[in-house]
Design a protein around this ligand. Structure first.
Ligand code: MG
Length: 202
């Protein structure tokens, strides 16, 4: 039995912070895990920018409400869920994910949480646990599952390495070059074919 672990942003949906940066015109919010491997440093900087611009959760959620999954994501996810148990492992926050999870048919999602103040201010963020993508894959393996993981960025590399099969989904060139042992896919068709091949008995 296989469990398929999928990253969310950059794989099934656009990067929430990039979209938010474009709509607000705040260029410094465009940095993502693709640019900054240190997630805590990245999040501290984001919270600081939100504070300086007096932007709260409602402003961010307004943007997310208008976002949709990437073209083809719903069909891909449906096809994968018919063959595997699928778990989405994301470094996003439950408060951000909800409108998009609805559009994806409420797949299983493990992610983090924001600490929101009474006035809607984003006060802090709470990691569900450190390195949770890798920890989840490791736990699934301990439950005797075969694991396949796919993601696009630095914050997926540990989970890709922990899984029986790790697959990149249109990674930036410098990330792919740094971890050349993971196969690179550039479309949902390629990704699906690579996942199905990885699930075949050796
Ligand atoms: Mg991603």
């Amino acid at each position: 039995m296989h469990i398929l672990c999928l990253d969310l942003e950059g794989v099934l949906i656009p990067e929430i912070w990039l979209e938010f940066s474009e709509r607000t015109g705040i260029a410094e919010l465009a940095r993502t895990t693709r640019d900054e491997p240190d997630y805590d440093r990245l999040m501290r900087a984001r919270l600081d920018i939100l504070r300086r611009h007096k932007l709260g959760l409602a402003d961010i959620q307004q943007v997310i409400e208008r976002m949709g999954p990437l073209p083809g994501a719903q069909e891909f996810l449906g096809a994968m869920r018919s063959r595997f148990q699928v778990v989405i492992l994301s470094d996003t926050f439950s408060q951000f994910a909800q409108p998009l999870m609805r559009q994806l048919g409420w797949p299983t999602l493990f992610c983090h949480e924001l600490d929101i103040g009474p006035d809607g201010e984003v006060r802090d963020y709470r990691l569900r646990m450190a390195d949770h993508k890798r920890a989840a894959v490791r736990a699934f393996k301990a439950l005797n599952f075969r694991t396949i993981a796919a993601g696009d960025s630095y914050n997926d590399v540990a989970m890709l390495g922990e899984a029986h099969a790790g697959i990149f989904v249109h990674p930036p060139a410098h990330v792919a070059a740094q971890f050349p042992h993971f196969p690179v896919t550039r479309s949902f068709a390629e990704l699906e074919a690579t996942i199905v091949r990885a699930a075949e008995p050796a």
